[in-house]
Ligand binder design. Structure first.
Ligand SMILES: C[S@@+](CC[C@H](N)C(=O)[O-])C[C@H]1O[C@@H](n2cnc3c(N)ncnc32)[C@H](O)[C@@H]1O
Length: 270
């Protein structure tokens, strides 16, 4: 049963997951196969058919599986030097009010990092934080963080949290607010127009054509002059053709609307 799965098995996996609402075709297959395999083994199923029958019956099992499949690793100020550069780029922008989209926000460390940074800079902000997974969004909305999470926050920003039992919560922030909503980056239109889009450690999971489409979508969500903040390990070699220039490593400034994708088939004649 180990990955890679043979074609008949893979076809029934795709069919079942797509029927349950997961867009298998958008993601890189080897990664999905590894996650699927380790979940099946961990849960003690002996065949993939047995597992597929179980997730068709049991919606809670499917929710847990979906959460496992979509990898929620995140942390406050992840790859900290990039946040310092982000702050430096923001500092040079005279805008006082920022509309920010944190796409693929997981349990919220990323939008909260952005909020603390802008709060400290005395800017105003409205952050729309989205993810395709409802389970992590529920955790994000609760806004309760562990001691270990708290310790990842640079000293300067810790004053914006207060203890609650042996955990931490955000103190009321004067500069703006974060709202969390479900949004699928592949299937849904952008949730508005923004000055900054933060989309880190997500496009890396998408297949080439889907990744390109998502990057065009991110461009369309930005006003000209707006910033796209990607993950530290995500390459974006085609940034010029996608309508961006480099503002700083992993931070791109939109300088024009992206061209629509070239049609792959131009002649459909007789
Ligand atoms: C590895 S985490 C990255 C979290 C955060 N951006 C960071 O860099 O720390 C990837 C997140 O993307 C979400 N995700 C996966 N596919 C998605 C999709 N199609 N649309 C929106 N979010 C998605 C996952 O649920 C997960 O929370």
């Amino acid at each position: 049963m180990n990955a890679p799965y043979d074609e008949p098995n893979w076809r029934s996996i795709v069919e079942t997951l797509e029927r349950l609402g997961f867009n298998v075709g958008a993601y890189k297959r080897p990664q999905l196969e590894r996650r699927l395999n380790s979940f099946i083994t961990r849960e003690g199923y002996s065949t993939v058919e047995e597992f597929l029958a179980a997730i068709r019956r049991d919606s809670l099992l499917y929710r847990r599986f979906h959460t496992y499949l979509t990898i929620h690793v995140t942390e406050f100020f992840r790859d900290r030097p990039y946040w310092t550069r982000f702050r430096d780029v923001i500092r040079d922008i005279p805008t006082r009010d920022f509309r920010i989209w944190s796409a693929g926000c997981s349990w919220g460390a990323e939008p909260v990092s952005a909020a603390l940074l802008l709060e400290e800079m005395g800017r105003r902000y409205e952050i729309v934080a989205t993810d395709s997974d409802e389970v992590v969004l529920e955790t994000a909305r609760q806004g309760v963080y562990s001691q270990a999470d708290y310790e990842r926050i640079p000293e300067l920003y810790r004053k914006y949290l207060r203890p609650q039992g042996n955990q931490w919560v955000l103190a009321p922030l004067g500069g703006g607010r974060i709202t969390y909503q479900r949004h699928d980056l592949v299937a849904d239109a952008p949730p508005g127009a923004f000055d900054v889009v933060i989309c880190r450690n997500l496009i890396i999971y998408f297949k080439g054509d889907v990744r390109a489409e998502v990057l065009r979508k991110l461009n369309s969500a930005l006003r000209v002059g707006g910033l796209l903040f990607l993950g530290a390990t995500e390459t974006f070699l085609e940034y010029v053709e996608m309508g961006f220039e480099v503002a700083s490593p992993s931070i791109f400034r939109k300088n024009r609307e992206a061209r629509p994708a070239l049609a792959t088939k131009v002649y459909t004649g007789p």
